[in-house]
Design a protein around this ligand. Structure first.
Ligand code: SAH
Length: 352
């Protein structure tokens, strides 16, 4: 049995399924899910994320969070939180760069939200010498100030897709076409959550809705509102997304999301407007990753690191700097939004 056959049997018995349920099974099915069974990261995996491109990414995030901690009076205990830490590289870079920040490590309870047991084990190995705790849901975040980051986490949360049809919407579903998985459309129904999208769409347009993102952001934002702290959410997407952004990646190539279920990474663009609307605390302007990293001094950091490099290592380092920041690479596709308390200001690198 594999996930594809399991889903075909399920759809044969119960009818077409929502894309959100399909996506959740593909990524996190206990026996066949992509994140539950694989280590997808790095050159030998399926895709490379920003912290895997260069240590500079995590270092600058670490300095932004540490500065926010200092600006808020260096609270004596706080949760240093990462959502969806992958193999733990970003948190390891944050911890290395903040070693010199007086009192930061002593005050920090490293808290990792991770659904995959396999990746939890990997994160534990990467963070040897530290004592992280793992949580399974946002409401388990400790009730204390939180300084938090999520990179390429929201894009993995399940979305539903709707096709505009008059004043209503038809949901895109995963069904069967001669025993193969195929997209189809459900009946026309009104969608109260999409009323605001009647103003900027026409018949046939596809819009996406990530129902779990809003309560998640609300919970994180409430911690910040009540106890102080900051959160940085980095992902690809924009203020409002239009069209089909569901994509699957395997071996660094785009593939159809419907073939090889559970064998490839499935993501969708993040709707930053929905994140902003769900925040119960102030949020920053949505800022391109390249601009954010330049403001935090990535070029100076890159030059300092380059002093000790030559030939191939130096060329790879220059390419990594470009990849993270250049508008034609990750610099513009990826965006950053920051959450912060009423009495505070946006984390370094971001503005109101
Ligand atoms: N932040 C890392 C990894 C990004 S991949 C990096 O930048 O390299 C997405 C991560 O989120 C994985 O660790 C995956 O297991 C985790 N994840 C995905 N959906 C999740 C969910 N619903 N709850 C908790 N973790 C989840």
């Amino acid at each position: 049995m594999n996930l594809h056959d399991l889903l075909v049997a399920q759809i044969t018995a119960n009818g077409p399924m929502r894309i959100s349920d399909f996506m959740a099974d593909c990524l996190l099915h206990p026996d066949f899910g992509y994140y539950t069974t694989k280590n997808p990261f790095g050159a030998s995996g399926d895709f490379v994320t920003a912290p895997e491109v260069s240590q500079m990414f995590g270092e600058l995030i670490g300095l932004s969070l540490a500065q926010a901690w200092i600006d808020q009076g260096s609270p004596a205990s706080f949760a240093l939180v990462e959502f969806g830490p992958g193999r733990g590289t970003l948190m390891a870079d944050i911890l290395r760069v903040t070693k010199g920040v007086n009192g930061f490590h002593r005050a920090a309870q490293i808290t990792l939200l991770e659904a995959s047991a396999k990746l939890r084990a990997l994160q534990g190995e990467t963070l040897q010498g530290y004592t992280p705790i793992w949580i399974e849901a946002a409401d388990q975040i400790p009730s204390m100030p939180i300084f938090a980051v999520a990179n390429e986490f929201f894009d993995a949360l399940p979305i539903r897709q709707f096709v505009r049809d008059g004043a209503g919407w038809r949901e895109r579903q995963v069904g069967l076409d001669d025993k193969a998985l195929a997209f189809g459309l459900g009946p026309n129904t009104p969608q109260p959550a999409l009323v605001h999208r009647l103003e900027d769409t026409n018949d046939g347009d596809i819009v996406e809705d990530c129902a779990v993102a809003s309560p998640f952001v609300n919970t994180v934002g409430l911690r910040i509102k009540q106890h102080g702290g900051a959160a940085l959410f980095i992902d690809y997407g924009d203020w409002r997304s239009l069209g089909d952004t569901l994509q699957a990646i395997k071996d660094h190539e785009h593939v159809s999301p419907l073939v090889q279920a559970g064998q490839c990474d499935i993501t969708a663009h993040v709707d930053f407007e929905a994140i902003a609307n769900a925040a119960p605390c102030p949020y920053s302007r949505v800022t391109p990753q390249g601009v954010f990293l330049e403001r935090l001094g990535i070029t100076q950091r890159a030059q300092a690191l380059a002093q000790n490099m030559d030939s191939d290592v130096l060329n790879a380092h220059i390419a990594a700097h470009r990849r993270l920041t250049h508008p034609d690479e990750m610099g513009n596709l990826f965006k950053v939004i920051g959450l912060y308390p009423e009495a505070g200001s946006p984390p370094a690198g971001l503005e109101k």
